[in-house]
Write a protein that binds this ligand. Structure first.
Ligand code: C5P
Length: 259
């Protein structure tokens, strides 16, 4: 394992999802956004932010095209003086993160976990997360206040017909809710412990783990919050891709000012 200088930060980019909801028929990381696949935008965003000494990408096993994209990205990263590694991801996101954690170089102190599906994340977000880690946070997430009212629901039936619907069981106070993004930053040792804990969960509990911070919370440790960005939105559905294209090359480009 390569030795990094003390205080180094590794960024894990998880890119092993299927992207079924996007409907492109290829893994999401390979879906084009402008001239380049989503993964290329995500990796270049990390390089531009200048906070990483290592990038480790998790891609689907047996995807030679993504492996070739990573080979080229590895050359770009090496030119910028970064270590670059690629691992095969797993069936669940947490398995993909876990595989990448095994490749982190000795001497790395902190790690950020970032979705390849957030290709337009501004440098400012990476810097805010890095700043909180420097200031002693062992876990930090970027987040935005929510604008919609959020309800919790459960399955129900309509009284007259028995038609299956949902009914509201609660309305959390909106001013306490945050919509959470990536990159999520951690002291490396804390994230490794969190993922070791995840391995002890049964399948149902594991399927409810949708981000890394949840695992740290479950261990009873503090997770701090910094300001996210509306530009860090996750490409999930076709409309997200349209918006990203408009921001990158289309009519919204002149208004895309955040660095
Ligand atoms: O599915 P979701 O939108 O939460 O995925 C977020 C990120 O996690 C995506 O970048 C996706 O490629 C990645 N992922 C992964 N391995 C999985 C599932 C998702 O790397 N098994």
């Amino acid at each position: 394992m390569t030795e990094m200088k003390a205080g180094s930060c590794a960024v894990v980019i998880v890119a092993a999802g299927s992207g079924r909801r996007l409907g492109h028929g290829v893994p999401k990381a390979r879906v084009p956004l402008g001239a380049d696949p989503l993964l290329v935008h995500a990796v270049r965003g990390v390089l531009k932010a200048g906070i990483a000494t290592q990038i480790c990408v998790a891609i689907p096993a047996d995807d030679p095209e993504l492996a070739e994209i990573c080979r080229k990205l590895g050359a770009e990263a090496a030119t910028a003086g970064l270590l670059f590694s690629v691992v095969a991801g797993g069936a669940q996101r947490s398995e993909s993160v876990n595989a990448a954690l095994a490749e982190i170089a000795d001497g790395v102190a902190t790690v950020m976990v970032h979705d390849a599906a957030r290709p337009l994340t501004p440098s400012g977000v990476f810097n805010r997360v890095a700043g909180a880690l420097r200031d002693g946070a062992k876990a930090v997430i970027p987040a935005l206040a929510v604008t919609d009212t959020i309800k919790t629901v459960e399955p129900a039936s309509l009284p007259a017909t028995g038609a299956g619907v949902e009914k509201v069981v609660g309305t959390p106070a909106r001013n306490q809710l945050r919509s959470v993004q990536t990159p999520q930053g951690f002291e490396l040792e804390t994230l490794r412990r969190a993922h070791a804990y995840a391995l002890t969960l049964d399948d149902e509990a594991a399927s409810r783990i949708t981000d890394d911070a949840m695992l740290v919370e479950a261990m009873g440790e503090e997770v701090f919050v910094v300001q996210g960005s509306t530009h860090s939105f996750k490409i999930t559905a076709p409309l997200d891709l349209l918006l990203a294209e408009a921001m990158l090359e289309g009519p919204l480009r002149p208004r895309w000012l955040e660095g």
